[in-house]
Design a protein around this ligand. Sequence first.
Ligand code: OOG
Ligand code: NI
Length: 326
Amino acid sequence: TLQLPKELYIRLPEQCQVPPATLPFLHQILERYAERTPGLRTVVEGVMRPSYEADTTGELGHDHLAFRTFGVPGLGIASLERILVPLGYRRVEDSDAPLTFPGKKLVATWFTPIDPRVKAVLPRVFVSEIQVEKLSPEAQGIISGVTSWAAAGDEAVMVQVMAALLTGTAPWPRPSLKQYELLLKESEYAAWVLAHGYSLNHTALALHRLPRMGPSLDMNDFVVQLHGAGMAMNAEGGLVKVSPDGLLLQCSMVADRRPFDFACGQRRDIAAAYVEFVKRLRLPQFANLQDSELREEHLREGFEVGNADRIFESTTLAAKGAAGGQ
Ligand code: OOG
Ligand code: NI
């Protein structure tokens, strides 16, 4: 059975310069993600589809995809950059506002399609890495134990990273429950990466591209609707996260908990992937455009540290009361 809701397949315009492998690559990642994210179908097919089905012009697209990594030689953000650039992406240098999360020991950046014609269909890619050197010696020991083979950063390492991306796995052996729990105490993010590696962390659905829901959709109403449908929403710092300029609205579901097979046959439910929703509002300089003229380039771009800091908690909330003590 098809796990990825049909409206979440990406369709490129005929005229564009995107390498032919990019779309199947992204679809493969999304299909693996959909298989282990039951919340995705519930929300798209159960809540969203009924409200826009009648709308023939509506396209529910991906605003961005997000990956998490260990910031160690050969892996980290750089490893995804080496894959995304040949696939038609470029790294966006947010030099005036670098995405840093000192409390979580994380840094992040994002990638955008090189061809401006596909900006509204090919998702941005948000990639973060944990600053491993800032963790405790015990945590560093666990992480270097599974990642030191990658330090050469050569072609063989990139093949393993690519294979992990395509299969939604980690390019290292399954950890023991003890190792996972040790990292969990110190950094939920680190524990997540240890278990899930390069599997997709979330897709963020673009609410602003739905004509019916887009300009008129109130994000607060939307969250209330999801709540009513029984979805667990991330309430960190409020259900709707709003950027200081008021133009980037985000909310997310609490991650699904899924069984994970640790080493030595131990199985536990742990935090897995989640679904996010984004609404980008129009920039002030395009205030007098007609709604019908409005395109992605007229909307608020990029990410916001204050929002992202809370969105990261979507897996922390699912991990609470997690693997241990069973
Ligand atoms: C990423 C959290 C941040 C956003 O859109 O700001 C984020 C993560 O949980 O790995 O997705
Ligand atoms: Ni996101």
